[in-house]
Unconditional design. Structure first.
Length: 143
């Protein structure tokens, strides 16, 4: 299970809208315990892939280290990553499976014709054979 507040989900959707028709990507920072994660905030990251940016993303390793250190200095951890699927469903691709790690949560947002749609979250099995969809809880702030 992964928990995000409504504003964080909207930030992910907006990032996907702004980068369409290319994939956006970013890190999710927060805490994790017994396989459940709570996202405190997201950190946009640049898609550094040079080709196929409509279907793939790459995060620069030095940028990842920077975000990891930033999270650590703030008492958080990188609990996973998000990215958009332009004109495709919010379902991990074979490429996502091949490049994913079982220690992270992966949130995907479908963006059709520039309009963000479904948001879903997945975890990769320990043997890296398949993604399992997990419960995504969106908390609405109380006023």
């Amino acid at each position: 299970m992964i928990t995000l507040d409504a504003g964080t989900v909207e930030a992910i959707r907006e990032h996907g809208r702004q980068t369409y028709p290319e994939e956006c990507c970013g890190a999710m920072l927060g805490s994790s315990s017994d396989g459940a994660a709570r996202v405190t905030r997201v950190e946009r990251m640049e898609n550094t892939r040079e080709q196929e940016r409509r279907r793939r993303y790459t995060i620069d390793p030095l940028e990842y280290v920077r975000v990891e250190r930033q999270a650590d200095s703030e008492g958080m951890q990188v609990v996973g990553f998000y990215h958009s699927h332009p004109d495709h469903p919010a379902v991990p691709s074979e490429y996502d499976r091949e490049h994913g790690l079982p220690i992270f949560h992966y949130v995907l947002v479908a963006v059709r014709a520039g309009v963000p749609g479904e948001v879903a979250s997945y975890v990769l099995s320990e043997d890296r054979g398949a993604f399992d969809r997990e419960e995504l809880v969106v908390e609405i702030p109380q006023e």
